[in-house]
Write a protein that binds this ligand. Structure first.
Ligand code: B12
Length: 317
């Protein structure tokens, strides 16, 4: 086995579902253009951080000066699809998207990437230089994952693996090791437009762009302050996030559930009682959601969303 194969085997042993390698050249000019147009069109909404460090996001070698290769991993967070339950008006509940029913994926993936770094160290003769990234670093994670052969970009803008679907978290180790790069997977959505048709707010635009400012994930998780009433109505009973464009994806419908038993899943977080949230103290919020991405939204944001869900159920607002 060569070094790249050894690394991949170790990544799978550590519980990742996908692993691939790419070089540190800038993302393609076509993809850079998509990103620039997205920013210029205002589609990033209040996500100011997306405007910062653009040159690093376009070019991993600018993010980390020792960079020679990027190891990209994917963690499957699919569950078996369940029927959606009817709303009980006496105890109204709000829906929470699948990824937020797991423990927070950031520390989970990082801890395993650091174990992979320990393994890399045995090959680097003590000269390993590395940077671990999961979500928050200025890295074009999907673009690198495509190049590393993990999947293709679908019309729902997700990285889709033809066998494992699109519920896949990504993480990277940028390293000074010279590793042999993988080939991209050539695939696409063909004529399917299910995700565009189902998007409740038109965030997935017909021109192929993604207006994140209209996406219910953005509105309920990233957006600060009041949500414009017309969009708030479309949120319906979605307390935290939206996954319609993922749920309807034909690749997702045949995807196997995630197999990593260490990645903690909370079966009771699919629907949360709205009145309980409105009565919640900051201490009980921290105790309940301390290990969840919901913690990142904060209690004030969660209460804002709970009010919107309740208003949508009672027809007020
Ligand atoms: C900002 C952000 C959001 C925003 C905006 C989403 C968006 N589509 O841009 C909001 C808050 C809405 C969001 C939502 C979600 N996010 Co998010 N998000 C990010 C973040 C921080 C940056 C994404 C970004 O650069 N957007 C700008 C646009 C222009 O980039 P892009 O859509 O990724 O497109 C790039 C490439 O895909 C490529 N490209 C685009 N179109 C095409 C077409 C073709 C043919 C080709 C070849 C290439 C290509 O070029 C672009 C430039 O690099 C990344 C982490 C990171 N550092 O990358 C996570 C990330 C993209 N999010 C992730 C996840 C899991 C989600 C959610 C599923 C969460 C959930 N609710 O369950 C949703 C999915 C919504 C959706 N359909 O995209 C994962 C995606 C994994 C995957 N399988 O794709 C990431 C990678 C985080 C991670 N480490 O796992 N997210």
């Amino acid at each position: 086995m060569n070094l790249s194969q050894n690394i991949k085997q170790k990544a799978i042993e550590l519980g990742f579902d996908l692993v691939g390698i790419t070089d540190v050249s800038p993302i393609s000019s076509e993809q850079a253009q998509i990103l620039k147009e997205w920013l210029q069109s205002g589609y990033a909404g209040q996500m100011e951080y997306m405007h910062r460090n653009l040159s690093k996001r376009l070019n991993p070698a600018k993010l980390f000066k020792h960079a020679r290769s990027v190891i990209v991993v994917g963690l499957n967070f699919s569950r078996l699809e369940k029927e959606q339950k009817p709303v009980h008006k006496d105890k109204p509940t709000g829906r929470v998207v699948t990824y937020a029913q797991y423990e927070d994926y950031h520390p989970f993936i990082k801890a395993r990437l650091f174990k992979l770094v320990d393994f890399l160290n045995t090959f680097a003769g003590g000269d390993l230089k590395f940077k671990v990234c999961v979500d928050s670093a200025p890295v074009a994670e999907r673009a690198l994952a495509v190049r590393a052969g993990l999947g293709f970009i679908g019309k729902n803008h997700m990285l889709i693996n033809p066998k494992l679907g699109c519920r896949m978290f990504l993480g990277e180790i940028i390293t000074n090791l010279d590793l042999s790069p993988d080939e991209s997977i050539i695939d696409d959505c063909a004529d399917c437009k299910k995700c565009i048709e189902v998007c409740p707010t038109g965030a997935l635009r017909l021109d192929g762009q993604f207006d994140a400012g209209r996406c219910i994930n953005y509105l309920t998780i990233e957006h600060k302050g009041p949500i414009p009433p017309k969009l708030a109505k479309k949120i319906s009973d979605r307390l935290f996030g939206c996954e319609e464009c993922i749920r309807v994806c034909p690749y997702q419908r045949k995807a196997p559930p995630g197999m990593n038993k260490e990645f903690k899943f909370y079966c009771d977080r699919a629907e949360l009682r709205l009145r309980k949230i409105l009565d919640m103290s900051s201490e009980s919020f921290d105790a309940e959601f301390g290990d969840s991405v919901i913690k990142r939204l904060g209690l004030e944001g969660l209460k804002r969303n709970a009010h919107i869900c309740l208003d949508n159920m009672t027809g007020h607002g």
